[in-house]
Design a binder for this molecule. Structure first.
Ligand SMILES: Nc1ncnc2c1ncn2[C@@H]1O[C@H](COP(=O)(O)OP(=O)(O)O)[C@@H](O)[C@H]1O
Ligand SMILES: [Mg+2]
Length: 409
């Protein structure tokens, strides 16, 4: 009797040990799988990026090389080559913009927005541009709340979704853009990663196209993931929309049935400010020239050269420094400097520390920061205070001119 109990206990103990061992092995293999999937996605991203970027660099480099050869041959006919090189850089800037959007680091200017109006203007644009075989409907909710969102980027997102819908309906179909007030409850928030319960302005874009299976849905927001033929899809549409919505504090959801169609839902944060919706037709300060002395502080020599050249062209007296420490010395020597144009992220003293010290010594100095990061990312890392003047790279000469005048005003 005793020995029977002991045997049973022993049996239970080995059984437990085996279950534990098996569970551990399963967990391990699951982790390995997740890691392999992550590495695969990273590889795809890096490969896609390198490929696209190389193409653009080839365009820029090739054209510039030909410019220098023609100049060596005293051939002045270089306008077309320069314009091609410029187009290459614009495409590269567009690519980094879309990737920054996915990384939730694009510069955004959210404001209280009437989303019905945005949807209406996008619908109008689509009616003019999409095939006639696609019928377009815009269903706008009455009493719609205002959303706190960057309206221009929202338009951009809706156009991206509409183009995906068009591609999914090669033989025509129906595209519906619909707005509604929506509430995501605690239960929903708990079931979805990264979602806050609360009030949202919902925009849904629905098509009657091919739809997506669960495997495609799972990958659709990865940058460079595309099921379209080479040259047809960049795989950057949904990743950009997703990043934009997340950066804006919203929520993104896809519902699809293969063979029946797709609905993409954008939940935009509700604007709680009582302030009136800003009219987009405000006056824009126009580019202007000036003659004050500007000190350009930038550790990247190429970027510094572009800034100084542009400022000289605009009529400013220009000084330059490659670091914060050097800049402080320049300021001591040249008391005529009125404007400090400085990079934010620099080795050694950063732009903010430089500005603080410079303004302490020269209180009349005006400061303009420039950066490749978004406002939000910088404030998040408490690199800058809100309310400072910031120029986001890459910028045009006109943007630079306008900002400088705004700083002086
Ligand atoms: N409305 C849709 N209907 C069917 N499939 C879609 C839809 N939207 C996106 N997809 C799928 O998701 C993929 C990624 O979309 P996207 O990021 O916009 O890149 P691209 O359009 O350049 O392929 C598409 O290639 C397609 O397979
Ligand atoms: Mg697309």
């Amino acid at each position: 009797m005793r020995s029977a109990i002991r045997r049973r206990n022993e049996l239970n103990a080995t059984l437990e040990a085996r279950v534990e061992e098996r569970t551990k092995a399963l967990l391990e293999s699951q982790q390995n799988l997740a890691h392999a999937e992550k590495m695969h996605a990273l590889g795809q991203l890096t490969g896609g990026l390198a490929h696209d970027f190389n193409n653009m660099l080839a365009i820029i480099l090739g054209n510039l090389e030909m410019v220098s050869r023609r100049r060596a041959q005293n051939n002045p006919d270089v306008d077309q080559l320069l314009s091609n090189a410029m187009k290459g850089t614009k495409r590269a800037a567009e690519l980094t913009r879309r990737l920054l959007a996915y990384a939730r680091k694009q510069p955004l200017s959210p404001a209280p927005t009437d989303v019905n109006k945005t949807c209406e203007s996008v619908t109008e644009l689509l009616r003019r541009t999409l095939e006639a075989s696609i019928s377009i409907e815009c269903v706008r909710a009455g009493g719609l709340w205002q959303a706190f969102i960057d309206a221009a980027q929202l338009e951009n997102a809706l156009v991206n979704l509409a183009l995906n819908a068009r591609d999914a309906m090669p033989d025509g179909g129906a595209l519906t853009i619909e707005t509604a007030n929506a509430y995501l409850d605690d239960d929903y928030a708990a079931r979805h990663n990264d979602v806050r319960a609360g009030q949202y302005v919902l925009v849904s874009v629905t098509d009657t196209g091919t739809g997506m299976g669960p495997d495609v849905i799972a990958k659709a927001i990865e940058p460079f993931f595309t099921t379209k033929a080479d040259g047809k899809g960049s795989g950057l549409g949904l990743s950009q929309v997703y990043g934009f919505i997340k950066q804006s504090g919203g929520h993104f959801a896809v519902y699809s049935e293969p063979g029946n169609g797709t609905t993409v839902r954008l939940y935009l944060p509700r604007s709680l400010s009582v302030q009136e919706v800003e009219e987009p037709h405000g006056q824009r300060p126009s580019a202007a020239e000036g003659s004050e002395a500007v000190l350009v502080v930038e550790d990247d020599e190429q970027v510094r050269l572009i800034c100084t050249t542009a400022l000289k062209d605009l009529g400013y007296a220009v000084y330059e420094s490659a670091s914060g420490a050097e800049a402080l010395q320049t300021l001591e020597r040249h008391l005529d400097i009125r404007i400090l144009l400085t990079d934010v992220v620099m080795p050694g003293m950063n732009g903010r520390q430089l500005a603080d010290r410079a303004v302490e010594r020269h209180p009349r100095l005006r400061v303009l920061f420039m950066t490749g990061y978004s406002r939000n990312a910088l404030f998040h890392n408490s690199m800058l205070d809100t309310g400072v003047q910031l120029l986001v790279k890459p910028f045009t000469v006109e943007q630079l001119a306008t900002k400088i005048r705004a700083v002086m005003a």
